[in-house]
Design a protein around this ligand. Sequence first.
Ligand code: PLP
Length: 285
Amino acid sequence: MIVYLNGEWIPAEQARVSVFDRGFVFGDSVYEVIPVYGYKPFRVTAHVRRLEASLIAVGMDPHRLSLDWPIFFRQLADTLPSGDGSMYLQISRGAAPRQHAFPANAPLTVFAYARPQIAESSERLTIGIKAVLLDDIRWSRCDIKSTSLIANVLLVQEALARGADEALLVRDGHVNEGAVSNVFVVRSSRLMTAPRGHNILGGITRDVVLELASLCAIPLDEQAPTRSELLAAEEVLVTSSTREVTAVTKIDARPVGSGSPGPIFWQLYNAFQALKDDVRQGIDR
Ligand SMILES: Cc1ncc(COP(=O)(O)O)c(C=O)c1O
């Protein structure tokens, strides 16, 4: 695998980062994950906008980077062995003697690679996934796509230990998002999802689903469901760049709605597949 590190395209085995890199020592870095369909990076402008928002939020000036992002991501997508996959980019505050204060002169560390899509089992599609409800133990700036992910790691591990694939996170009685995804519920045939803000990562897939819902004339409320609204939902969906749109059909031990992926899921899933086909053919919508 060829990776990008600080201006060089090199085999992954040869890539080296200092043990004093603040990404390693403090988790002092931000990241992005961008899907690729048919070698075409998906929604690059939106991902770059979110990346720049994350950089600014953590006090790293995006102008310190001289990369032309659309060209860079096209180059990165071309390193994929086949057309579909995803790209990972991480930018840290660089290597410096360990102290919390920002270093004066450390160049930012920029690391990126692309990896082929991991084939989803057809079961996930037709049966859906299991989720558990857990307390949201994360910090209060979930909108920053930071690599300081220890809380998310613990939450996912707890979900797996309970035989589930995702943790749906409860804060102040509301379900804002998942440990690695945004959450939508369907109630009375209306979609409901938490609004953008500090409680959620503003998912790019979430925005795509909002657009598709509008195209499919599915009414939508940007309001975080309460725990009991979630448990009484007709359908629950999670979205992310790697999971796209997935139905959640069991929460804790209880089935969601009929216990199978429901009609709104299928509508959005099919619309998403049509969008991907367009992207593969160079129609960027
Ligand atoms: C906590 C969290 N929320 C939401 C998302 C979905 O974001 P996106 O659709 O941009 O992948 C992710 C993706 O990794 C995430 O980690």
